[in-house]
Design a protein around this ligand. Structure first.
Ligand SMILES: Nc1ncnc2c1ncn2[C@@H]1O[C@H](COP(=O)(O)OP(=O)(O)O)[C@@H](O)[C@H]1O
Length: 241
């Protein structure tokens, strides 16, 4: 099982990819997390790279590919039976390279309206202590003649995390809009690449996690195959840790 999650910044790739990975007992490999870990190491190069990330730009292929290869080697040494990858590939050339080092079986393309994406990114909060992810944005966009209502209630932190909320430095409106622009320019061709291979599953997000999660499981033919309760307790354990 070698799956990729595609989608604009803020669409919820990380949220759904990590839940599925937990339920399917495969590692969730998030390129953005590998990048942020790498950038914590202080070097003259990391200063340059931090600057690119803080402006919403993509990092050089060589660097992200190096981080990914190392992580995939760890997974293989660990005898993992697969992975769910999110944040890679982001360009058609990265997609071609990925085909030479892995055998991608399914690509889930999460889609959400752009005005909602920006609100969701601006609402993202991370607890500096438990590393739990929350979202303070309460999205309720009424339906129009052509578009359905989108209702995504906030995911608020428990009281013990309230004073420890942090934001990603690249989650400012200007940088989010730039990341969405780069996504449209560089990453849409990745959708076409996998569509042509017959591997792309388009999935429209229309609501919050309680509404979307069962719809996603059903789109993936996984209803009844993933224990919801074990996911909830795994997430609680993570928050409590
Ligand atoms: N595949 C990639 N290629 C180049 N740069 C990447 C890649 N994945 C992540 N990055 C860098 O790391 C940043 C954060 O990634 P991520 O957390 O996945 O962001 P987003 O919320 O925009 O999807 C990106 O804006 C980019 O600078």
């Amino acid at each position: 099982m070698q799956w990729v999650f595609l989608g604009c910044p803020g669409v919820g790739k990380g949220t759904y990819a990590s839940r599925l990975a937990l339920g399917l007992r495969v590692p969730h490999i998030a390129m953005g997390d590998l990048v942020r870990q790498e950038l914590k190491r202080d070097s003259p190069l990391s200063k340059e790279l931090k600057d690119l990330v803080s402006r919403g730009k993509l990092l050089p292929d060589e660097l992200v590919l190096g981080l990914l290869t190392k992580r995939l080697e760890e997974a293989s040494a660990n005898q993992d039976v697969g992975f769910i990858l999110d944040g890679f590939p982001r360009t058609a050339s990265q997609a071609k390279t990925l085909d030479s080092i892995a055998s991608i079986t399914l690509v889930v393309n999460l889609r959400l309206r752009e005005d909602v994406l920006v609100a969701k990114c601006l609402g993202r909060r991370i607890c500096s202590q438990c590393h739990g992810n929350f979202n303070v944005a309460n999205v309720d966009v009424p339906e129009t003649e052509t578009l359905p209502r989108i209702f995504m209630p906030a995911i608020l932190p428990p009281p013990r995390c309230l004073k420890k909320m942090t934001m990603r430095s690249d989650d400012t409106e200007e940088v989010i809009r730039e990341r969405v622009r780069i996504y449209s320019q560089e990453s849409r061709p990745v959708e076409d690449y996998y569509r042509a291979q017959g591997k792309l599953l388009d999935f429209e997000i229309l609501g919050g996690i309680p509404e979307t999660w069962p719809r996603l499981l059903s789109a993936l033919n996984l209803q009844g195959k993933i224990a919801n309760t074990s996911l909830v307790s795994a997430e609680k354990q993570k928050i409590a840790a």
